[in-house]
Design a protein around this ligand. Structure first.
Ligand code: SF4
Length: 402
């Protein structure tokens, strides 16, 4: 029992809603997203989402107080505007959101209008997340994005006009054909707009994507691992000089604009996800819903007990909870505080992981200061491999440390 339960206070909760629709499929994308066959499919899906959230209303109101919402995808703004408004209204009603709840909607620069943004803002949406990815048309084309740099400029200005004072913009490095100069140019272009938050992602070629299918042709165009490491470190310096604070491996913000919803994931706090492929961590369980749209809609709306919508579900035991905490907290620049760790789990972090961490301190990938263990920028670039080693995953990938 945590202290909020002990004093009878409702616990904070994040709400994630997945919209799997996009205007077209980007070449690198392995998210559960696809081009819908028509408006009816989207209307049906929104109705299913609302019915699904309704079914959680009682269990949520009995002990939880949702305080962050994130509608992501896919492309939420690919929904017909009336459907998006219907969804936002339902979320506010079902979960009795307080006025100051952080409410984010992802928006594609090619699929937003001023009237939609302004209406969402009036309804309580107070944070937007847009994907610029690159300020170069050739790189956007290589990624298969449907927006242009002009679309971004127009959407960003519209969002500011509609009184959004908390805007995230996604940028990528490791794009085919990208160089250090072109990345720095993209960063320079983006920071002139002064977004409140920037997410900087390393492009990965994942199975099931067009890039994966065409890997032979794409490979010679990729910057390569060493160049990508240099790009990442240069981007961190660039953003720091422009007043952005890095608070997570891929996330930078102006002070006071960290994403409260995503921080719930990295802090192992509870959240409920609705929609196809959505994941949840709720009441001591991690679970996810089916990636199949028809099954999800049928299972939620027809309420046929033979249609199972839960894809995976596991109770999180102590060992898993500790492993997840280490894996997620080390993504944050704040790292792991030994006292907080001992308070949370009753074990010494040093006793469990001290030896492993010392190896990475020697290699320059970690620091231990004042009882806080954190990754350095160089360590963040190879964080997956470091975490595999510390947590003894089987696959160490390309990196081996000795
Ligand atoms: S817009 Fe986003 S979710 Fe949609 S295909 Fe492109 S990367 Fe994937």
């Amino acid at each position: 029992m945590n202290y909020l339960e002990a004093i009878g206070q409702p616990k904070p909760l994040g709400i994630y809603v997945h919209i799997p629709f996009c205007r077209s499929k980007c070449a690198y994308c392995d998210f559960n997203s696809f081009v819908p066959t028509g408006k009816e499919v989207m209307t049906e899906y929104v109705s299913a989402l609302i019915a699904h959230m309704e079914s959680y209303k009682t269990v949520v109101s009995d002990g939880y107080a949702p305080d962050t919402v994130f509608i992501g995808g896919g492309t939420p703004t690919a929904l017909p505007p009336e459907e998006l408004f219907r969804l936002v209204r339902a979320i506010k009603r079902i979960f009795s959101l307080p006025k100051d709840a952080e409410f984010t909607v992802e928006a594609n620069p090619a699929t937003v209008s001023y009237s939609t943004l302004a209406r969402l803002r009036r309804m309580g949406v107070n944070r937007l997340s847009m994907g610029l990815q690159s300020a170069h048309e050739n790189e956007l084309k290589a990624l298969g994005r449907i927006h242009t740099r002009q679309d971004f400029a127009r959407s960003f200005r519209m969002a500011r006009d509609a009184r959004y004072d908390n805007i995230n913009v996604d940028l990528m490095f490791g794009i085919p054909g990208q160089t250090m100069d072109s990345l720095l140019h993209s960063l320079n272009y983006l920071t002139r707009y002064m977004p409140d938050h920037i997410s900087l992602y390393d492009l990965k070629i994942e199975p099931g994507t067009k890039f994966y299918e065409n890997y032979r042709e794409i490979r010679p165009l990729l910057p390569g691992e060493d160049a990508e490491a240099d790009m990442y470190l240069a981007a961190i310096d660039f953003l720091r000089e422009r007043g952005y604070v890095q608070y997570e491996i891929s996330n930078f913000c102006h002070p006071g604009h960290g994403c409260l919803h995503n921080l719930k994931y990295w802090n192992c706090d509870e959240y409920l996800g609705f929609g196809v492929s959505a994941h949840s961590y709720f009441n001591g369980q991690r679970f996810s819903f089916t990636p199949e749209l028809d099954r999800y809609v049928q299972g939620v709306t027809v309420k046929d007990s033979r249609v199972k919508i839960t894809a995976e579900c596991e109770e999180i035991g102590e060992r898993e909870r500790i492993g997840e905490y280490v894996m997620l907290r080390l993504r944050l620049c704040d790292g792991i505080d030994e006292r907080e760790f001992a308070h949370r789990f009753g074990y010494s972090f040093e006793a469990l992981y001290g030896d492993k961490c010392r190896k990475f301190v020697r290699l320059g990938y970690m620091t231990v200061q004042g009882g806080v263990t954190a990754l350095t920028p160089a360590g963040m670039f190879v964080s997956n491999a470091i975490l595999s080693d510390i947590l003894e995953f089987e696959d160490l990938g390309r990196y081996q440390f000795s």
